[in-house]
Design a protein around this ligand. Sequence first.
Ligand code: FAD
Length: 302
Amino acid sequence: MTMTPEQQAEIDEQRAAPRETLRTVSEGMEKHLYSAIPVLDHGFVRVIDYMGDDAAICQAARVSYGKGTKSVQNDEGLIRYLMRHWHSTPFEMCEVKLHVKLPVFVARQWIRHRTANVNEYSARYSILDREFYIPAREALAAQSSVNNQGRGEGLTDEEAARVLDILKGDAARCYDHYEEMISGDGQAGLARELARMNLPANIYTQWYWKVDLHNLMHFLRLRADAHAQYEIRVYADAICQVVADWVPFAWKAFEDYRMGAVTFSAQMVACLRRMLAGEEVTAENSGMSAREWREFEAALRG
Ligand SMILES: Cc1cc2nc3c(=O)[nH]c(=O)nc-3n(C[C@H](O)[C@H](O)[C@H](O)COP(=O)(O)OP(=O)(O)OC[C@H]3O[C@@H](n4cnc5c(N)ncnc54)[C@H](O)[C@@H]3O)c2cc1C
């Protein structure tokens, strides 16, 4: 379960107390405020706070006194121009603060994105909940034979059942031992900061994560991508929904000029020019390595 009834009641209470403000409000983002988007079996992403909207990006780009908006079309055109030309600082004027509940092994990948502010639940101070990520049947797959950093064919039913049994058994046993070690029942009980060391990497942790829109889009470019591990990609996908509602113009520009864009090397561009001039360009006469040629072909195929 993602939320306990008590946690849901706290969220409902926050959502039931709107206040008037002079600050910029993004209507699309208001509907997300405080609510949790469920991710994986016990995880979630929820918006705690945000600053700015599409107009704020234009306002910063024009360093204006008022709203900065000339017209909606002008704003969209300006945002697309900024994105196309990597004029990134106006996007840093928007910020979002998220509350994320995620398995520890996902957190290890996530924390590599250094350009955010993080405050994590303290397992020195508090006792971790008995909540472990157990993959859905369809998320279980064998090691990929072509990509060392990924999964390939799905598992048979029998193999999947064996793996799930191991995962559930290990999680239960480790958590039982964790509880046993910290128990003060007739014994001193081990400190929480030490007892946690036997917990597996699929236990859930939580953090507040604050980041500006420029760096958030960099995160999404890498983690909502097909090359990212499924378990972090589903979090990135959830955040993509939020960003699309928060700053629709910036989101569309990001989809067009980053997510959906392809980068060609100088060699690739030279090959493209030769192709357009009618020359038959092959792996052998391309001047590229076999791997780069495959990537080039894949980019052209789409
Ligand atoms: C598919 C995939 C596979 C990966 N595999 C591995 C792996 O096998 N092993 C591994 O260790 N990591 C791996 N990573 C993590 C990856 O190498 C990056 O650490 C991670 O994606 C964060 O990217 P970043 O540094 O650009 O982001 P951020 O830390 O958010 O930084 C954003 C940008 O700010 C600048 N910046 C930030 N800090 C510095 C700094 N100290 N010095 C200079 N510039 C800085 C850089 O321009 C950087 O691109 C993988 C990532 C992906 C997406």
